[in-house]
Ligand binder design. Structure first.
Ligand code: LLP
Length: 435
């Protein structure tokens, strides 16, 4: 096997084929058809264990990652999280339903969202949701009401906006004062909402949450966020005598998509953040709360790969070359939305010289339906298999049926064996809701 490509689970075999998680991707494309999502199970579990080890060593046995399942949601994912004994962050009743269907223990589920409907709140309580991460006053009123009806005291965390601007894409930055999420400390709303939550009979306020954004490579914004949150915790103790048992620092660790991206060490990041948290707790005389984090991307992104088949190659002399594949923005809208960089390889000719500049596009009736622009590949031809690397996060979960395209299957690679986790959609699925 040759050297890794971007991540250690991607290599080139002696037959010139691309291997993923030790398996020949060309064989997998033949077996399952394309497009197909592959997921390297051992990579997912290794990432989870790395988070768990670092968090529990630094913050104690109760500390754990809560997988942000918006990044990848289907039944088998929740089974993996359940087996690994971690929590999960869900953001809709649909994710909750999927988790419940997979037998995920609801006491370790945290329900997010800036506008939970009455249905969401009632449905989650009926299903024994562990915690709501409550966004504001209206929601607290409803949680109190439905918890009262159910005869329980519902545990919650409050989502707080620390007022931080991490250096990431604007559409995935969430911690600023002007964010649509949570209550800002700066405006005084966070304090008011805390007071309100504490006044509610059927609500048990357990602590606070913040999430500053996604695809963040620096440690500094986390340290600043932790500082601000611990200072807020100290303030709430002084004002209301309230001791926060939990501090959830959200997700957002950056992932390497292309060789030029840095590769962060989860362990080193957590160690550095922890050192700061311990010092700050001492300075403020705050008892260390149980620390949770909500990683999504950094757990599943590099465990994923998508395989496509090349359909056409169009050379527009003097302009550019288009390579069209049998998928596109319907299975990966991230280039269209955020101009996200990806690494591409021809899976069946992975050892050939990449000397053909091209733009890789999908099949949708939109010029913006592109997977990547200005990449170099060996000149593709119809029937070649194109692999897009690091597609485990926010690809399958953001896939759509635009143009009535059926969504690809997800195949889990585990111990050198492949297993279907989500079957390919059929045409009948497309009209399943049509009357
Ligand atoms: N917690 C909360 C409250 C979040 O909003 C998010 C992501 C996470 C945790 C997980 O963040 P991660 O560890 O995955 O960075 N569709 C975009 C990403 C949107 C992120 C939304 N929130 C993309 O494809 O880049």
């Amino acid at each position: 096997m040759n050297q890794k490509i971007v991540h250690s689970n991607v290599t080139v075999g002696e037959n010139g084929h691309l291997y993923f998680a030790g398996m020949d991707t060309v064989t997998l494309a033949e077996k399952y058809g394309t497009p197909v999502f592959l997921l390297d199970d051992s990579r997912v579990r290794a990432r989870i264990r790395e988070y768990k080890e670092a968090m529990q060593r630094n913050f104690g046995a109760g500390s754990m990652p809560l997988f942000a399942s918006k990044s990848l949601s289907f039944k088998e994912i929740y089974r993996i999280m359940a087996e690994e004994n971690i929590g999960t962050d869900i953001v809709s009743s649909g994710e909750l339903f999927t988790a419940v269907s997979a037998g995920f223990p609801m006491e370790r589920a945290f329900f997010h969202g800036n506008n939970k409907t009455d249905f969401d709140i009632e449905y989650a309580i009926e299903n024994g949701i562990g915690y709501f991460i409550a966004d504001g006053i209206e929601e607290l009123e409803r949680i109190d009401e439905y918890a009262g009806k159910a005869g329980i005291r519902q545990k919650i965390l409050l989502r707080i906006t620390p007022g931080i601007d991490p250096h990431t894409h604007q559409k995935i930055s969430t911690g600023g004062v002007d964010s649509k999420f949570g209550s800002a400390i700066e405006t005084g709303l966070a304090k008011k909402v805390t007071d309100f939550a504490l006044s509610k009979e059927n609500i048990e306020l357990c602590g606070f949450h913040c999430h500053i954004g996604s695809q963040i490579f620096e440690i500094e914004p986390y340290v600043t966020a932790a500082d601000i949150m611990l200072t807020f915790i100290a303030d709430m103790k002084a004002r209301f005598g309230f001791t926060a048992k939990i501090l959830n620092l959200g997700g957002g660790f950056g992932v390497r998509y292309v060789e030029s991206d840095p590769e962060i060490s989860i362990t080193k990041n957590i160690d550095a953040i922890a050192e700061h948290i311990h010092a700050k707790c001492e300075e403020l005389d705050v008892k260390l709360p149980t620390i949770y984090m909500e990683p999504g991307r950094s757990i599943v992104a590099d465990a994923g790969m998508t395989l496509y088949t090349v359909g056409s190659v169009k050379e527009i002399t003097g302009f550019k070359n288009y390579v069209s594949i049998d998928g596109g923005m319907t299975d990966n809208p991230r280039y269209t939305l955020y101009q996200s960089a990806y690494t591409l390889r021809l899976a069946n000719r992975a050892n050939e010289k990449a000397d053909f500049p091209c733009t890789v596009g999908g099949r949708c009736c939109e010029s913006g339906d592109l997977i990547q622009e200005n990449v170099m590949l060996p000149k593709p031809k119809r029937g070649d298999i194109l692999a897009v690397l690091v597609t485990g996060a926010y690809n399958y979960s953001m896939a759509s049926n635009y143009n009535r395209v059926t969504r690809p299957p997800v195949v889990i690679l585990r111990d050198g064996k492949d297993k279907l986790a989500v079957r390919r959609e059929r045409f009948e699925d497309l009209i399943a809701c049509d009357i």
